[in-house]
Design a protein around this ligand. Structure first.
Ligand code: PEP
Length: 252
């Protein structure tokens, strides 16, 4: 059975103190009202060790938002997958469109990052999704397939078990424009078919595919109600505990 997941992506928000306050609030809320899904918070590197310790006996897992494509050494400012793992974090988000666009992360670089993350015992939330121009040209399926082929479809069946896919149409990220539940379901089903073609029907059925892009408490129930949508990767609405909790509650 694939996991239902609600994962936050704080992006470049929250000082260490603000992050601790938000994670503590969420931990306390979820200790009283147990979630019906796995809950992950994706944070900047500076929060990882503190939050992993703070959340270690809670229902919340911690994720990094990036890791280096090199193992170790003279790469000033970079943080390796081994370093992320050593903080206690369980996951890393890779392939986010903001990293592809602003930091020129190519499919080859992402492939190296995915390999290093898995080799160091991290699970990967791998993001894919088309731009508005690509959606208007009806190229969303080709774009998603190419992104999977470019960075994750070389993995073994065993490695694939540690991959979560996040479909995030770029035109919906932070814009307030959400894909309709039907649009999202259509492409999620297609992505699952692509996974089945490479890893088989059972592995595809076991793969969690999250939707991301202006997901909030008001639209999460409809999105998560679709058969191939297994939860969400949440940006803006993960920055306030009640908003994030509202999305987690969509699984109730
Ligand atoms: C994201 O960037 O992963 C995201 C889904 O952002 P938002 O929810 O703010 O659209």
């Amino acid at each position: 059975m694939r996991k239902k997941i609600v994962a936050g992506n704080w992006k470049m928000n929250k000082t260490l103190q603000e992050g601790v306050a938000l994670a503590t609030e969420l931990k306390n809320i979820l200790a009283v009202e147990k979630p019906n899904c796995e809950v992950i918070i994706g944070t900047p590197f500076i929060h990882l060790a503190t939050l992993s310790e703070l959340l270690k006996d809670s229902v919340i897992a911690v994720s990094a938002e990036n890791c280096a494509n090199k193992e170790s050494g003279a790469y000033t400012g970079e943080v390796s997958a081994a370093m992320v793992k050593s903080t206690g974090a369980e996951y890393v988000i890779l392939g986010h469109s903001e990293r592809r666009e602003y930091y020129n992360e190519t499919p080859e670089i992402l492939k190296e990052k995915v390999d290093l993350a898995l080799a160091n015992g991290l699970k990967v939330i791998f993001c894919i999704g088309e731009s508005l121009a690509e959606r208007e040209a009806n190229k969303q399926e080709a774009v998603c397939k190419a992104e999977l082929e470019g960075s994750v479809f070389h993995l073994s069946a065993e490695q694939w078990k540690n991959i979560v896919i996040a479909y995030e149409p770029i035109w919906a990220i932070g814009t307030g424009k959400t894909a309709t539940a039907e649009q999202a379901e259509e492409i999620h089903a297609y992505i699952r078919k692509c996974v089945a073609d490479v890893y088989g029907a059972q592995a595809a059925d076991d793969t969690s595919i999250l939707y991301g892009g202006s997901c909030k408490a008001s639209n999460a129930p409809e999105l998560f109600g679709k058969p191939d949508i297994d939860g969400g990767l949440i940006g803006g609405a993960s920055l306030k505990a009640p908003d994030f909790k509202g999305i987690i509650d969509a699984w109730k």
